[in-house]
Design a protein around this ligand. Structure first.
Ligand code: HEM
Length: 485
């Protein structure tokens, strides 16, 4: 069992790692044994993070075990490509997350934030108050956001309309399995039993996975037909516009991929299968992470009233001199306190819990010999909750710390890592920061956040957290009260 049992039964999936990091703050790595007596090095100091994620990035690969654990759901997209192939895919996909693309997506973020407001307003009582469960509501909102921004499809989780494609239900079935289903998933990492077991706990997983792939494949096939049909017609009429058939720069990531793929060199052209895999990755990587960030932001807003007042005042001041009803990208960039707020939420509650790497060759890092095959564990919380970097108030929510010149966050980017670093840093880092801010802006302008009975009963203690889990989120949900402004 090594430390495995202890880690899996801890009150939070990061608790022990953070404790170890603070006990041995100068050790670049913390060696431990986990399930099956597997030896793992926890990457500890900011310098060790820089060496593993930046300097020696391509001397590591994602271990096969990780693909066998979540690869079926996430697809063999960017997250699971390696070396030269990864560099090539990253180059091909970078444009999707450019500043101009984010600018086009911003109205969608605002619109989905308004949908959540309307959804919550339906439950207001005579005192104009409503209590909502944050994990569920924000998952619905963020899956609707990726539905439109990634696939160009209205998924309708926040509206009463019929859901033609229920991605959320599939993800729910895949990530909330029965104990037997979870055991099959675990055994499947070592022995591929999945396709041989005709029992319901396994079949449910297989069906949900197949549904997910089928829905994305249908979107890709239909969009390829639609766009290539338009491109052929435009060419025949002698008014070809290049890839961009509607002259709008592409309304979603799938459309942009299809429009652009003919402009790539032959060997770089994305096949339909490539697109399905990339889109599955964007959908999975892009909704629970942002939902987790929104949930913890709501927790802070509900428990620290002064903070929401400051955010509201800052938004009002920017909009007072603007012709817009909602802040545009440049105005969002000017919301300095909101920016500090978001950075501090992501520092204290990193949505991504961990990632693994495996050394593909022998190397020496921070004076430690790392033989080929060594497993490395990266836990963003280990640096962002390190007392040695952040001081004794490391666990406190202090957005102002980001303004101090001596702040570790300003001095050393590796002192935090919610999006990780280097060539494999989250490709959607700026996209999701803008999304996070846009969703918060509407929420804070529409409602006053209040603790509600669940948080009052906790009296300042943090809610319990899911463990094991893929995203950092409160166990059993988080109920927050809102008052309409
Ligand atoms: C608050 C929101 C988000 C957080 C905290 C986050 C965090 C991360 C982290 C930590 C990684 C590195 C994983 C690793 O190397 O093992 C990553 C990679 C990635 N993320 Fe995000 N992510 C967020 C939102 C998104 C969104 C919205 C999308 C897509 C629409 C996305 C797509 C990806 C992809 C494709 C990768 C793989 C990058 C590569 O290996 O080159 N993420 N993300």
């Amino acid at each position: 069992m090594g430390q495995g049992k202890k880690l899996l039964t801890a009150s939070s999936p990061i608790e022990d790692y953070v404790k170890w990091g603070n006990t041995w703050p100068d050790a670049p790595f913390i060696r431990h044994l986990t399930l099956g007596n597997m030896e793992v090095l926890l990457v500890n100091t900011p310098e060790a993070h820089r060496e593993v994620l930046q300097t020696h990035c391509y001397s590591f690969r994602k271990p096969d075990i990780l693909y066998r654990l979540v690869g079926e759901i996430i697809g063999r997209g960017l997250l699971f490509t390696e070396g030269e192939e990864h560099k090539k895919q990253r180059r091909i996909l970078a444009g999707l997350f450019s500043a101009s693309s984010i600018k086009r997506m911003l109205p969608i973020f605002h619109e989905k934030a308004r949908s959540l407001t309307k959804f919550l307003e339906q439950g207001l009582d005579e005192n104009r108050r409503v209590t909502f469960e944050a994990v569920d509501a924000f998952s619905k909102m963020t899956i609707d956001v990726v539905g439109v921004t990634v696939l160009g499809v209205e998924l309708g989780n926040l509206s009463a309309s019929d859901k033609k494609m229920d991605f959320l239900k599939c993800y729910h079935r895949l990530f909330n399995q029965s104990p037997l289903g979870a055991l099959i998933g675990f055994v499947n990492i070592y022995v591929p039993v999945r396709k041989w077991l005709p029992i319901e706990a396994n079949l449910g997983f297989i069906r949900a996975n197949a549904d997910l792939r089928r829905m994305v494949s249908t979107c890709v096939r239909e969009r390829v037909q639609e766009i290539e049909g338009k491109q052929r017609r435009q060419q025949a009429e002698g008014k070809a516009k290049g890839g961009d058939v509607d002259g709008d720069g592409g309304r979603d990531l799938l459309t942009m991929m299809v429009e652009e793929r003919r402009n790539f060199k032959k060997e770089d052209e994305l096949t339909e299968e490539d697109m399905v895999n990339h889109l599955l990755t964007f959908l999975a990587a892009g909704h629970e992470t942002t939902a987790s960030a929104m949930t913890w932001a709501a927790y802070i807003l509900a428990t620290k009233p002064g903070v929401q007042d400051k955010i509201r005042a800052e938004i009002s001041a920017v909009l007072a001199t603007s012709a817009n009803a909602e802040p545009d990208l440049a105005e969002i960039e000017r919301l300095h306190y909101l920016n500090n707020f978001c950075r501090e939420v992501l520092r204290l509650f990193s949505p991504a819990i961990s990632s693994y790497r495996e050394a593909v060759s022998d190397m020496t890092i921070c004076g430690t010999f790392v033989p080929k095959g060594t497993a490395m564990l990266i836990v963003p919380a280990v640096t962002s909750l390190a007392r040695a970097s952040w001081g004794d108030d490391v666990g406190e929510f202090v957005p102002e710390r980001w303004d101090l010149l001596e702040s570790p966050g300003s001095k050393n980017p590796y002192a935090v890592g919610a999006f990780m670093h280097g060539p494999r840093v989250c490709i959607a880092k700026h996209f999701s920061l803008v999304e996070f801010k846009a969703l918060l802006i509407d929420a804070v302008r529409s409602f006053r956040f209040l603790p509600g009975p669940q948080l009052e009963a906790l009296a300042g203690r943090l809610p319990a957290v899911d463990n094991p889990a893929l995203a950092f989120r409160p166990k059993g949900g988080l109920h927050i009260a809102l008052e309409k402004i």
